[in-house]
Design a protein around this ligand. Structure first.
Ligand code: FAD
Length: 412
């Protein structure tokens, strides 16, 4: 049995902590809290098995001026942070070559194809009920041009084993009559599903963790003591020293500063997205629907209809631009004509992204007792349970059969 300190109690950190408890380790989580309000609170809530084609796409650099001009576009770059983001952005753009994109997609698929089973196992093991809603998601396209933009991504995803059925917009309306009847095309992504509530998911994981004897320190990690390739303690904001045999870095976007403090700097950036919950939406949507032209999805959670998405390169500590959230809600009426838009809550979330879109899972050669579990980008909710299993395999010294070379923290 080892004493393990998990830095960060979001969906990834909690999943690691629980899997480590399953293996008999004594686990402490450090998180300034509140529980459940990391990036996952602003998530679309999908177990996005087919979300494997990297975000960096050919021709992206030519679009940057457009992103600067229009702060309400699905993709936007804040002028005030453009210079700061430039070095990261260049690394991101390099991954847009066809061969690299294919290799990233294959690496991501090697994890996402395990995600649904891992998630189901996790929910069953911890008695978390009614969380996974096993219905496919639907993507909607106004016209041929919109659909063509997804063509290459669909082709690559299918080649790697994703199940995508192309249907007409009218058929999408038949499947889920809340959807507008006049979309020209749609696609049903059969291997995806979604969760009943993202915040409840993280809170329930936390409750199970506490019930099984885990402890949570409500503070932030600030630095580390390192001797001879070994981390001996985490220094917390409250000035305490947290000693452990093993440390897991799972602090979402804060992993950027904390990985630097560990001597293994990771190029993590926050790609902001916005979430609006509609408590009384006036429609009975059954599936998560994505509208790529607007850059958002709409998910029917158990107590709210969530309109979430877009990507804003705004830097890590940027103040929210709530106009972006409001624009999404206005555009959601195009998808669901009967939508009532009295807003109950708005959130911003910072997806922890590294330039090659692959999460960081594994040890660095520079440190013998630290495991990195971060940089999940737009797949943290999807890959939380899988990451927990993989991290516990590493700590417990078990060969789980996954080759994690592509996810190494030393690859940058
Ligand atoms: C609009 C939007 C839509 C999305 N849709 C999806 C989707 O459909 N499916 C999907 O899989 N993913 C989706 N994502 C991405 C997903 O939400 C993230 O990948 C995921 O939440 C990351 O989890 P995490 O645990 O790594 O980070 P977080 O959830 O951000 O958790 C990090 C934790 O670290 C803590 N922390 C911060 N600083 C410190 C410190 N110094 N010391 C200790 N702890 C610290 C924070 O308080 C927080 O609790 C979406 C994200 C957004 C914004």
């Amino acid at each position: 049995m080892k004493q393990v300190a998990v830095i960060g109690g979001g969906v990834v950190g909690l999943s690691c902590a629980l899997a480590l408890q399953d293996d008999g380790h004594q686990v402490t989580i450090v998180d300034p809290g509140p529980v459940g309000f990391g990036a996952s609170a602003a998530s679309c809530g999908c177990i996005a098995v087919g979300e494997i084609v990297p975000l960096s796409q050919p021709g992206m650099l030519a679009k940057v001026p457009g992103w600067l001009i229009n702060p309400e576009a699905p993709l936007a770059l804040r002028p005030s942070t453009a210079l700061y983001m430039l070095p990261w952005f260049v690394k991101f753009a390099v991954n847009a070559r066809a061969k690299t994109m294919r290799s990233i997609a294959a690496d991501l698929a090697s994890l996402t194809f395990q995600a649904t089973q891992d998630f189901k196992d996790q929910m069953a093991r911890y008695g978390i009920r009614d969380m996974l809603i096993e219905r496919p998601i639907i993507k909607l396209f106004d016209n041929d041009a919109d659909k063509a933009l997804m063509g290459a991504a669909f082709g690559l995803a299918r080649e790697l084993g994703c199940i995508i059925d192309e249907i007409s917009g009218a058929e999408a309306h038949e499947i889920d009559p809340s959807i507008a009847a006049d979309f020209q095309h749609a696609a049903v992504l059969r291997d995806w599903s979604f969760v009943a509530d993202c915040v409840r998911l993280v809170k329930d994981l936390n409750l199970v963790f506490l019930k099984r004897g885990g402890s949570v320190i409500n503070s932030a990690a600030r630095s580390f003591e390192i001797n001879d390739r070994k981390c001996t303690a985490a220094i917390l904001e409250n000035a305490d020293r947290l000693i452990a045999d093993e440390f897991i870095l799972a602090a979402g976007t804060a992993s950027k500063a904390l990985s630097k403090a560990l001597g293994v700097p990771l190029p993590v950036e926050g790609l902001a997205g916005y979430w609006t919950g509609l408590g009384d939406p006036g429609v009975d949507l059954k599936h998560t629907v994505f509208y790529p032209a607007g850059g958002f999805g709409i998910t029917p959670h158990e107590n709210t209809l969530a309109v979430a998405g877009t990507i804003e390169f705004a830097g890590l500590n940027a103040a929210p631009n709530w106009r972006r959230a409001d624009v999404l809600v206005e555009r959601a009426k195009r998808v669901l004509p009967g939508l009532q838009t009295a807003t109950s809550e708005r959130r911003i979330g910072q997806r922890p992204f590294v330039p090659d879109t692959r999460p960081v899972i594994g040890r660095s050669d520079k440190l013998s007792n630290v495991v990195f579990a971060t940089g999940h980008g737009q797949l943290g909710l999807t890959l939380g349970s899988t990451t927990g299993r993989l991290v516990s395999d590493i700590i417990t010294g078990r060969n789980g059969g996954n080759d994690l070379q592509a996810f190494s923290p030393d690859r940058f």
